[in-house]
Design a protein around this ligand. Structure first.
Ligand SMILES: Cc1cc2nc3c(=O)[nH]c(=O)nc-3n(C[C@H](O)[C@H](O)[C@H](O)COP(=O)(O)OP(=O)(O)OC[C@H]3O[C@@H](n4cnc5c(N)ncnc54)[C@H](O)[C@@H]3O)c2cc1C
Length: 52
């Protein structure tokens, strides 16, 4: 499998694991400085008591 490098921040899909301060700060800089749309930044929080 060949990785395709995405150089357009508008098309980036970012997944941040955990909703701690580092994820929230990353989201701010990704949007503010890198130009990634907020809708393309996905924060995956740890949710307890999920029944599979
Ligand atoms: C009692 C206490 C007081 C503190 N006081 C200060 C202070 O005054 N000033 C200061 O600068 N720092 C303080 N700190 C330190 C500061 O809280 C941490 O350094 C900082 O929160 C670390 O941020 P982080 O984003 O790396 O991790 P965290 O904030 O711990 O975030 C990690 C996140 O990932 C989630 N997570 C974990 N595993 C998974 C998983 N498998 N899937 C999805 N999500 C997951 C967790 O639920 C959590 O939300 C304090 C810490 C403690 C414990």
């Amino acid at each position: 499998m060949r990785a395709i490098k995405n150089t357009n921040p508008k098309e980036a899909q970012i997944y941040l694991i955990g909703s701690g301060i580092s994820s929230l700060a990353s989201a701010v800089y990704l949007e503010k400085d890198a130009g990634v749309p907020g809708a393309n930044i996905h924060i995956l929080p740890y949710i307890r008591n999920i029944k599979a």
